[in-house]
Design a protein around this ligand. Sequence first.
Ligand code: NAD
Length: 328
Amino acid sequence: MQILVTGGAGFIGGHLAERFAADSHDVVVLDNRDPFYDLDIKQHNVEAGREAARNSGGSYEFIEGDVRDAELVRDLVADADYVYHQAAQAGVRPSVQNPRKYDEVNVDGTLNLLDACRDEGIERFVMASSSSVYGKPQYLPYDEEHPTTPVSPYGASKLAAERYACAYSEVYDLPTVALRYFTVYGPRMRPNMAISNFVSRCHNGEPPVIYGDGTQTRDFTYIEDVIDANMTLLHEDAADGKAVNIGSTDNIEIKTLATEIRDQIDPDLELVYEERHDADAEHTHAATDRAEELLGYDPDHTIREGVEKFIDWYRDNRDWYEPLVRQS
Ligand code: NAD
């Protein structure tokens, strides 16, 4: 079975491609190695996929290219059975500076894939969406019926993309699923995310920096749980045409998270508070009943377990990963 993973040199796509390769599938990765963060991490992601394929007897091919290139996308989709679309211009704050690029990559790029998937009649199109589609909460936790009023160009672009995916399912009978991820973390994560920053600073005897008063809450979702949810969609059709939340079991305040990390690494450090960024959501919290019902989703990791695993990984990979976090 051949699986096309767009954005497969990135954090989530990298883990997904690695798991597919480890399960002996034929994996093709399409990624333009966008310099949004250091390319060294992307190289590690690609290497992990190659090694998994070598060990399992599956195959792994990396294609450097852009989802905005409709012709290339069409050629790659023609050979694929499944498409897992993880490529995106990520990041809420930078989207405020350059909304047009988010539209081109996240919306037009997704449409290129959907058109090709429709014409080639693939088994399923699974796309990464985001909790950012919800915007200001009218109630929490967000279920999938919660109004979608994104407060950033990034969130707006993810919402438009997933709406197209749902529409293609309705109009062209193309099986599509949009998984709305809630702050994913784990080994090889983007270096500019809160958990990697907290861990790095604490390891260097520096206090973790919190933007705002730290009462913002998040569902931090461990990468392995996200990958498990994606794997289910190789054989489960109950979520076709739908958007489904993928979150964690426990919702946590940022200052509690920072305290937990600080306590595990260097309990003597004080927390430091700086000004909050307007585009950041105040609270995100996922209701995962739909994922449970349709996908049998049952995340294995509490935040404490996930953070412990991440800190272990960080210590083993500190020589190459830490400098990237420091410069991000
Ligand atoms: P990432 O930046 O690590 O990975 C995205 C990958 O897409 C990168 O390798 C990048 O080079 C590639 N890419 C960017 N533009 C491209 C283009 N035009 N053509 C081809 N490839 C391109 O981000 P991630 O954290 O792995 O996120 C993966 C997906 O999950 C994204 O769609 C993101 O919007 C979504 N998501 C992530 C999170 C999270 O917490 N990490 C939360 C919600 C949603």
